[in-house]
Design a protein around this ligand. Structure first.
Ligand SMILES: [Zn+2]
Ligand SMILES: [Zn+2]
Length: 243
């Protein structure tokens, strides 16, 4: 499986980090996970392009994870593509219905399938996925893909999620802020390290990075590594790796 970070920013994007989006590719299978602002443009910079991505899997419905959904739908329509499937937690149908009510000229331009999933096993775009309910300010699912890659979505760090990720080759985890920012619904690096302590994960990428993290990468890594004895790195837009 090839994983590409399209967007590693947050609701406050920076010049180098658009909002959340991760591209998974394996042979003919492609899947976009989350579709925040800027992700459509980042997708256009890849070989597969928005023409090659017909399925989007959402972790949750905050704007920085869904705001490029209709721009993606419209770009695919204009490119002559006929399908788009959007899969996500409870409320995904209502979200898409609402968006298309508002932008009704996009109704029926493309064959849109919407599917809701829970914290369970399911298949999407040919990938075997396990969902896991995480701790955020709205319902949000972490996902484990083909048993090798785990994405936390937006969440606090906690033992249950660390166990869910245990044994994975790579975990991409929300690490929105440095330690000095007092925050709920996202972890600090110290909290992330403590949750991951003793966990067997090949590599951890820190993502969903707010501007507050700029210039703080070394100290954030030190904080995670104070209790987690593993390979920890910062994600960045365009970073690609194979599992
Ligand atoms: Zn969120
Ligand atoms: Zn977010």
């Amino acid at each position: 499986m090839r994983v590409t970070f399209l967007g590693t920013g947050s609701a406050m994007p920076t010049a180098d980090r658009v909002q959340t989006g991760i591209l998974l590719e394996d042979g003919d299978r492609t899947l976009l996970v989350d579709c925040g602002s800027g992700v459509l443009h980042r997708l256009s910079q890849t070989d597969v392009g928005y023409e090659g991505v017909s399925t989007v899997l959402l972790t949750h419905h905050h704007l920085d994870h869904v705001s490029d959904l209709l721009p993606l739908l419209k770009a695919r329509w204009l490119a002559g593509e006929e399908h788009l499937e959007v899969v996500g937690p409870t409320g995904t149908k209502e979200l898409l219905d609402g968006l298309l009510d508002l932008h009704d000229y996009l109704q029926d331009r493309i064959d849109l399938a919407v599917r809701e999933v829970r914290a369970d096993s399911f298949e999407v775009a040919g990938f075997d996925v396990e969902g896991y309910e995480v701790r955020h300010s709205m319902d949000c699912l972490a996902y484990r893909f083909d048993d090798g890659f785990v994405f936390s979505g937006d969440t606090e760090a906690f033992d249950g999620l660390a166990r869910f990720a245990d044994g994975a080759d790579v975990l991409a985890h929300d690490c929105s802020f440095p330690d000095e920012v007092d925050v709920a619904n996202h972890p600090t690096p110290t909290q992330l390290g403590e949750a991951l302590a003793g966990c067997d994960v090949g590599r951890v990428y820190l993502t969903h990075l707010y501007p507050h993290t700029e210039g703080k990468h070394r100290e954030m890594l030190d904080s995670v590594e104070a209790t987690f004895d593993g390979d920890v790195r910062f994600a960045r837009d365009g970073l690609r790796f194979e599992i």
